[in-house]
Design a protein around this ligand. Structure first.
Ligand code: GLN
Length: 490
């Protein structure tokens, strides 16, 4: 056990060095992770475990190390959010409607990881179709927080965050449309990075809100996040919205000084602070000490970010989720006992009625409403205009400061028993993460301290589009100053 624990505590760079020196084989590492997955099974982190494939891939990776033909992530065991299509491996988005859907193709981001030698451990649990902030899907059940099993892991990439915290994967992939990588990262005490829209291909990522969805890594260190981002990113012929921007060596930004740089605090968000006040203060102290100038800046349109986000994403979700009709994918409801369907519509209605969970239905209904004739201009068109204003707010403040700083979440991970019933109260918790997506910028959440309840909390750094180098640089500073207790289970 102790031996396993020490292997599991290693970062990507350290693991690669040990492989290189033959101090550790990929097979040993993968086996250690597989047993840790078993040991933490009660947290409900994985929807599908791909043990056989992982062991086979480990052998291939070991052969590469032996032959000296190793690739950049050779033998690194990863968990992948069940929102990425993985060829020949069940992919469900935690929804009953996808049933046991087996994709015939691989998402570009995961393909990039496999091409770099990474090993798939399994598919992680999530909020259904990435909609939510608690990872409590009706179909696959809640994920429990490794720090305190009575608390939520956040969401929607909650399984991915918990896996990293519990040592049930070395690192994981999540998706972030409004905070789904950063918020669970904060609740589980791990690093979560949301790249700029277009940095990574969306091909093969199950679509929630196509104009905002983006893949992001969850890791135990900023360096690991940088290493994964280098491999995940890049232009893809299959996704016209993926960017042709060059992909830098993000990890090179680590250790660079931030002396003399300007960190902005968005006044509108600072005024709204709740229990995260200690995170604001910790951030201020930490960056002043590092020699940064801290300035208050104003982004007036940020107050409209939440309504704008929920209108846009629900509208896009309503459209994207039309394809689940009982014909093309997984699940189809059964006709009434002893009868045939009376019409095609009846089959659609029953299938969608039984196949989608409550939150997904709520978004489809809201989104459809926002798109109907008569409401389209008032809601959808308006939200598009507000989105532009928010992104202009960001461009303006980034002429004054290098990065922005906020807590990642207004509170620490709340108890599962206290998840608000009212969806709007729940949506309001996304106040710090959603503006990033709507504004088209990039952000990282790095654990900075523990709350009075002993739960981890993250500090968020926001950088201009395609300046993820700054996220790594500032993230590294936070990491080096933060004092967090050791990970549970490790
Ligand atoms: N909590 C947000 C929502 O429910 C975030 C979702 C996401 O980023 N996928 O929409």
């Amino acid at each position: 056990m102790t031996e396993h624990s020490s292997i599991l505590a290693l970062g990507i760079g350290e693991v690669l060095t040990q492989f290189q020196k033959r101090d550790l084989s990929v097979k040993e590492l993968v086996q250690a992770y597989l047993s840790q997955m078993e040991r933490t099974a009660s947290l409900n982190i994985y929807i599908t475990v791909t043990e056989e494939r992982a062991l086979k891939d480990a052998e291939i990776s070991d052969a590469h190390w032996k032959a000296g033909t190793q690739r950049p992530l050779e033998g690194i065991p990863l968990g992948i959010k069940d929102a990425f299509c993985t060829k020949d491996v069940r992919t469900t988005a935690a929804s009953k409607i996808l049933g046991d859907f087996i994709p015939p193709y691989e998402s570009t981001v995961t393909q990039n990881l496999w091409d770099a030698g990474a090993v798939l451990l399994g598919k992680t649990n999530m909020d259904e179709f990435c909609m939510g902030s608690t990872t409590t899907p009706e179909h696959t059940g809640p994920v429990l927080n490794p720090w305190d099993a009575t608390r939520t892991v956040g969401g929607s990439s909650g399984g991915s965050a918990a896996a990293v915290a519990a040592g049930a994967a070395l690192a994981t992939m999540g998706t972030d449309t409004g905070g789904s990588v950063r918020q669970p990262a904060s609740f589980c005490g791990v690093v979560g990075l949301r790249p700029t829209y277009g940095r990574c291909s969306r091909r093969g990522m199950i679509a929630f809100s196509s104009s905002l969805d983006q893949a992001g890594p969850l890791t135990r260190s900023v360096r690991d996040a940088a290493l994964l981002l280098e491999v995940m990113s890049g232009h893809d012929l299959w996704d016209a919205t993926s960017s042709r921007q060059a992909v830098p060596s993000f990890s090179k930004a680590l250790g660079e000084s931030v002396r003399g740089m300007k960190v902005g605090i968005p006044k509108e968000l600072y005024d709204k602070q709740g229990t995260a006040s200690s995170v604001w203060e910790k951030g201020r102290a930490l960056f002043s000490e590092a020699g940064c100038e801290i300035v208050f800046v104003s982004l007036p349109y940020l107050s409209y970010a939440l309504p704008c986000y929920y209108i846009l994403t629900s509208a896009e979700a309503a459209s994207n989720l039309q394809r689940y009709d009982g014909v093309k994918y997984g699940f189809r409801a059964s006709p009434p006992f002893g009868k045939e369907w009376s019409s095609l519509d009846e089959m659609y209605e029953k299938t969608r009625g039984e196949g989608f969970g409550r939150e997904v239905k709520r978004r489809i209904l809201t989104g459809t409403y926002a798109l109907t004739q008569g409401h389209h201009d008032v809601y959808y068109e308006k939200a598009i205009s507000v989105k532009r204003l928010i992104s202009e707010d960001f461009s303006r403040v980034f002429q004054q400061v290098d990065v922005l700083m906020t807590p990642t979440t207004p509170t620490d991970a709340f108890p599962l028993a206290e998840i608000p019933e009212d969806p709007v109260t729940m949506y309001n918790n996304d106040i710090f993460t959603v503006p990033v997506n709507v504004g088209g910028v990039s952000a990282i959440s790095v654990p900075v301290e523990t709350s009075l309840q002993g739960m981890p909390m993250g500090l968020q750094i926001i950088a201009p589009p395609f300046e993820e180098m700054s996220l790594i640089r500032f993230g590294g500073i936070i990491e080096s100053c933060a004092a967090l207790p050791p990970y549970p289970f490790l």
